[in-house]
Design a protein around this ligand. Structure first.
Ligand code: GTP
Ligand code: MG
Length: 147
């Protein structure tokens, strides 16, 4: 089964949205195989967002993501990467469709509540970066009804 890296960003944790966001992914059928609350270091933030290093908002982005804890997780399921991206909605909450996490819960692009890996390559890189300890393997009775 495909795995993806997902995090509730500092605004989501501060606003008490961790449960709501995890509940959406759980109801969808995705399986939690790792999760932790993390106070992100500058080094981890810069490594995570390395692709945006040259962007004008990079400093702001690193400042934001290290400003307060994030809730990091690995979710598993058929097409998990694309499914999570669809459930998150567009990067700018102002353009994200109602029904998506950013569409329902976000307001501005600088604090858009949630992150999800955007490709299989990103997922592999981000899972190794955030969870060097690895994920758990376990069976759920319901798994047979989800794939
Ligand atoms: P992530 O899942 O967080 O990676 O979002 P994304 O993949 O939908 O967007 P992208 O990777 O292009 O940008 C990463 C993050 O940078 C976004 O989620 C925003 O929080 C932030 N970002 C993108 N564009 C801007 C911008 O113009 N201004 C600010 N302040 N932040 C931005
Ligand atoms: Mg991205």
């Amino acid at each position: 089964r495909e795995q993806t890296f997902v995090m509730v960003k500092p605004d989501g944790v501060q606003r008490g949205l961790v449960g709501e966001i995890v509940a959406r992914f759980e109801r969808k059928g995705l399986k939690l195989v790792a999760a932790k609350l993390v106070q992100v270091s500058k080094e981890l933030a810069e490594a995570h967002y390395a692709e945006h290093r040259e962007r004008p908002f990079f400093g702001e982005l690193v400042q934001f993501i290290t400003s307060s804890p994030v809730f990091a997780m690995i979710l598993e399921g058929e097409n998990a990467i694309a499914v999570v991206r669809a459930m998150m909605g567009k990067t700018n909450p102002a353009e994200a469709a109602p029904g998506t996490i950013r569409g329902d819960l976000g307001l501005t692009i600088g604090m858009n509540v949630v992150h999800g890996s955007d490709s299989p390559e990103s997922a592999k890189r981000e899972i190794e970066l955030w969870f060097p300890e690895g994920a758990l393997t376990y069976e759920r009775t319901v798994d047979a009804w989800l794939a």
